[in-house]
Write a protein that binds this ligand. Structure first.
Ligand SMILES: Cc1cc2nc3c(=O)[nH]c(=O)nc-3n(C[C@H](O)[C@H](O)[C@H](O)COP(=O)(O)OP(=O)(O)OC[C@H]3O[C@@H](n4cnc5c(N)ncnc54)[C@H](O)[C@@H]3O)c2cc1C
Length: 398
């Protein structure tokens, strides 16, 4: 078995783990990130929900229950984390529009409005009310997007269909990276002589170059253009993941992809190593500290058993919100699902409560009392706690 040593090992390639890892690597530490696979970001709209309550999400955070882990971070540090995220995305050609103290609306694929905070620049012109006149352009055979849902809610919307020669989200997005395809598409659009003030597209406008493609479309069509996030596979979610991954690597971080942690090695009050297993090749990664960012149930960090809930890597104590009757419900995605409070309770330094080891920090959706769906605080919370856990880890190592 090969053994490699790092300063820090981050477990999980979600928004929280990649944020924490990039911060630690940028401070000159040797950081490895190990992941079982893709994060929840790839299922998401790519929009950064900070806290859906109120006009100013930072005020909304102040009103969350005392148990919410957002309260372990100073409001100025939450703001800085979000501004830092915006700076790094802008530097990697995926600018995010908005400000940490301002919520905004994003039109969804079913014609409802979602409250978010920082949104990909490709959605900056998303309407803020139901009255705006929009023309939706969809693609022949695209199964992840039905303009009829939007038309049934927005009376000022119309739609047209373009045959892109392929019908999958990824296939159409890849076509948009080709200048010849884009030019033919624009010529077709120009011939439509659209009258509506804004033109909307399902979020398939490119893999890496979406912001530039939207700019080109706006210049040629002489009006605002915006993407509408689609159901998974979500291009904006995947673009977000790619940018976070890219940023982490540029800071010097190393990723072990598709290597789930299958065991840990301990000595006294320290975790010394995690064991990985992929295609029959065992490997042991040693480190001085570990960041647990394996997400909640969707990410794979938590698992519900008949009578309890377990944390799968270190078997840490899990806060379980009452008896099974209190948290069992068929629809996992219902906003008030009791299980949304389950997770790892942590102290002000993001160290897990009741943890027998001193060198573990936790961040992101695996934390207890988050209720990301109910509070509308998915990626924003992951970014803020990723930065905060990294800061605590740095202090510990120094
Ligand atoms: C369908 C859906 C849509 C969403 N839409 C939005 C949205 O539009 N805006 C928003 O702000 N939030 C949204 N959210 C919430 C948001 O995606 C999450 O809150 C956030 O991404 C959590 O990030 P994380 O880093 O904590 O965990 P995750 O993204 O869940 O990442 C966990 C990582 O840990 C890895 N992992 C798990 N177990 C192991 C193991 N044993 N060994 C190694 N690696 C492991 C996983 O492979 C994964 O890479 C959405 C969530 C869902 C489910």
């Amino acid at each position: 078995m090969s053994v490699i040593a790092y300063d820090v090992i981050v477990i999980g390639a979600g928004t929280a783990g990649l944020t924490a890892g990039a911060r630690l690597a940028s401070e000159g530490l040797q950081v490895a990130l190990v992941t079982a696979g893709e994060p929840t970001a790839c299922l998401s709209t790519g929009c950064i929900d900070v806290c859906a309550a109120g006009v100013n999400p930072l005020d909304g955070i102040a009103d969350l229950p005392e148990s919410h882990p957002y309260h372990r971070i100073a409001p100025a540090a939450i703001r800085d984390a979000l501004l830092n995220f915006q700076r790094q995305c802008a530097g990697l050609h995926l600018p995010y529009t908005g400000a940490p103290d301002q919520n905004r609306l994003v039109l969804s694929a079913i014609g409802t409005f979602k409250t978010s905070c920082l949104v990909p620049v490709t959605m900056r012109s998303s309407p803020q009310n139901e009255e705006e006149k929009i023309h939706i352009v969809t693609f022949a055979g695209l199964k992840d997007f039905y303009p009829g849902y939007i038309l049934s809610r927005l009376r000022n919307a119309a739609f047209s269909t373009y045959d892109a020669g392929v019908s999958t989200t990824m296939g159409i997005a890849a076509n948009f990276e080709d200048d010849t395809f884009l030019e033919a598409f624009i010529l077709w659009l120009e011939k439509l002589n659209l009258r509506e003030n804004k033109i909307a597209f399902p979020a398939v406008l490119g893999l890496e170059s979406a912001a530039a493609i939207v700019d080109t479309l706006e210049q040629r069509l002489e009006r605002p253009v915006f993407e509408i996030p689609t159901i998974p596979p979500s291009m904006p979610g995947r673009r977000l993941f790619n940018v976070l991954k890219d940023h982490f690597r540029r800071q010097g971080g190393v990723i072990y992809w598709n290597w789930p942690v299958v065991g840990v090695e301990k000595a006294g009050r320290q975790i010394e190593a995690v064991r990985l297993e992929s295609q029959g090749r065992p490997m042991s990664l040693n480190a001085r500290a570990f960041i647990l960012a394996t997400g909640s149930f969707v990410g794979g960090g938590l698992s519900a058993r008949r009578e309890t809930i377990i944390e799968k890597v270190f078997d840490l104590p899990v806060f379980v919100p009452g008896t099974r009757e209190d948290w069992f419900e068929q629809d996992y995605f219902s906003r008030n699902h009791g299980i949304g409070r389950a997770g790892i309770a942590a102290d002000a330094a993001f160290r897990p409560d009741g943890c027998p080891w001193d060198n573990i920090f936790a961040c992101g959706a695996i934390l207890a009392h988050v209720e990301a769906l109910k509070n509308g605080c998915g990626h924003g919370f992951a970014i803020a706690t990723g930065e905060a856990a990294a800061r605590s880890c740095l202090e510990y190592l120094r």
